[in-house]
Design a protein around this ligand. Structure first.
Ligand SMILES: Nc1ncnc2c1ncn2[C@@H]1O[C@H](COP(=O)(O)OP(=O)(O)O)[C@@H](O)[C@H]1O
Ligand SMILES: [Mg+2]
Length: 489
């Protein structure tokens, strides 16, 4: 048995508490019973002594101390069994005695004599006579304020002591037996209750990153242990998912870098196959540079995302007045939209509300966010289409239900970037924010995309306690909706 185990401790506590209860109960039982038995004896002795005293001093009485037994039986109809009676004169000399005493005399102590002379009653227990413990009352009889006699009545304590001894033996046997049985039972119960915990421990010990698909068998009964198992299983599921994501991410990242490397290698190999003209080398190097730029961009984005993951990126928050901020950006983006003849417009609801739209944000990150979104709009819209950017204030928006209420800002600024482009199918809409996800890989790559743009957008918005969602219909267009906490400077 392991003395540090919960099983042992539970049993120990159980037996300890039960032991304390049983011992207190037994002591209480023994003490009350013994007190009541002794009091009973004293009470009977005193009644008899009082009776004899009052009979003998009554003026009409024919009480005859010469034959106490007879007198008691005939005149008082009393036959006190097991009671010894002895009469003494005022100086303590022993006079008549009941017949059952035969030749023996009841002992009288100095203390009892002294008390009696003062008119006080004394109770004593005496063990010197015939090996039987005796309880003796010494009762002074007063006549005209003088102690004239003393009546001693005694009774054997044998029965009382026998009864108490029997009780003591019963208690001494039963209490330890009950404790022994209880400790066995307690151990069994603790063992039974804690068995599932052992199973949890064993399974947990077996689980490594290689077999995170394992689960602990759940219990039918819904108790504390089953809650522990459920919680544990949920934790493994989350771990499993994170591990999968990490693996997926690594695979995707290597794949993404492999393509430009293969192209680069191919181009260089072709270039080296024979001597070429200078302008041919220039062409090849330009093409190489393109691939290198692409790789740099991927590596940069990856680095940003992984630094964001470990919370290494500090936001440099400052007051941003959104209307001029977005118009400025849009002007720059128009150059990019020109070749495809895409119109970019801003619709500002601010004028209606006569309130300026401000947020507290990191200017660089905010630029990155909106450039990414507008760039996507341009990339995934056919020539001649348009992009409409709408800004408005929204009172207690529907943002993230998981966010604690007290942290929820009262108002949001809602920025909608809507295009008239190719749109996104329903089943892809939730995936586009995943790293490396692209609806059409070839088309995206052609346009220089690696599928990390929206992951970065999502991180930026969430780092600003905001939310980004998409509404889209294939063939009609997409609208990206960004909500950021409103800030009043
Ligand atoms: N405005 C849009 N219209 C249609 N599809 C879009 C739009 N924005 C993003 N997508 C889809 O979401 C994918 C992920 O976008 P993003 O993360 O920016 O990657 P990238 O732009 O590098 O392809 C894109 O490949 C595209 O399939
Ligand atoms: Mg993009």
């Amino acid at each position: 048995m392991d003395f540090r185990s919960l099983r042992f401790k539970l049993t120990l506590w159980y037996v300890l508490i039960l032991g304390i209860l049983l011992i207190s109960f037994s002591s209480f039982l023994y003490l009350t019973l013994s007190r009541s038995l002794y009091r009973d004896v004293d009470h009977k002795l005193r009644s008899l002594a009082e009776l004899i005293a009052s009979e003998s001093t009554s003026p009409l009485s024919k009480f005859d101390f010469g034959s106490i037994d007879q007198t008691l039986e005939t005149s008082m109809n009393l036959k006190p069994i097991g009671k010894f009676i002895q009469v003494l004169d005022e100086s303590g000399r022993i006079g008549r005695r009941s017949e059952n005493l035969k030749s023996a005399r009841l002992p009288i102590s100095l203390n009892a004599l002294r008390n009696a002379s003062k008119g006080l009653i004394t109770y004593e227990t005496n063990r010197s006579l015939r090996n039987t413990p005796l309880r003796i009352i010494t009762y002074p009889v007063k006549e005209q304020n003088h102690v004239t006699k003393m009546i001693q009545v005694a009774s054997s304590l044998e029965d009382v002591e026998d009864a108490l001894n029997t009780l003591l033996i019963i208690l001494l046997v039963t209490v330890p037996s009950i404790l022994l049985i209880a400790s066995l039972g307690g151990q069994f119960l603790a063992h039974k209750a804690l068995k599932p915990v052992d199973r949890v421990t064993q399974t947990a010990r077996m689980i490594t990153s290689q077999n995170l698909n394992q689960r602990i068998q759940t219990l039918k009964v819904k108790d504390e242990i089953s809650r522990l198992i459920d919680t544990f299983n949920e934790m493994i599921s989350r771990l499993d998912q994170s591990f999968r994501q990490i693996k997926q991410f690594t695979t995707d990242a290597s794949h993404e870098l492999k393509t430009p490397l293969t192209i680069l290698k191919g181009e260089v190999e072709v270039a080296l196959r024979k001597k070429r003209q200078l302008h041919e080398y220039e062409q090849i190097l330009e093409s190489n540079l393109e691939e290198i730029d692409r790789m740099s961009k991927i590596v940069e984005d990856l680095l940003l995302l992984s630094r964001a993951d470990i919370g290494e990126i500090r936001l440099n928050r400052e007051d941003i007045h959104l209307t001029p901020f977005i118009s400025g950006l849009t002007e720059q983006m128009k150059i990019l939209a020109q070749p495809k003849n895409i119109r970019i417009q801003i619709s500002n609801h601010e004028a209606e509300h006569e309130e300026e739209l401000h947020i507290l944000g990191d200017t660089l990150r905010m630029r990155e966010l909106f450039i990414n979104l507008i760039e996507n709009g341009i990339k995934y819209t056919e020539a001649g289409g348009s992009i409409l950017i709408t800004l408005k204030k929204e009172m207690n928006g529907s943002v993230n239900p998981l966010m604690p209420k007290e942290k929820k800002p009262a108002a949001f600024v809602k920025i909608i970037i809507a295009d008239t482009g190719i749109g996104i199918a329903k089943e892809d809409q939730e995936k586009i924010f995943n790293r490396f996800f692209r609806v059409d890989k070839a088309r995206s790559r052609e346009q220089g995309g690696s599928g990390l743009g929206l992951s970065i957008c999502k991180w930026i918005v969430e780092a600003h306690q905001g939310e980004i969602t998409v509404e889209s219909e294939p063939g009609k267009g997409s609208a990206f909706i960004v909500r950021l906490p409103f800030y009043s400077p």
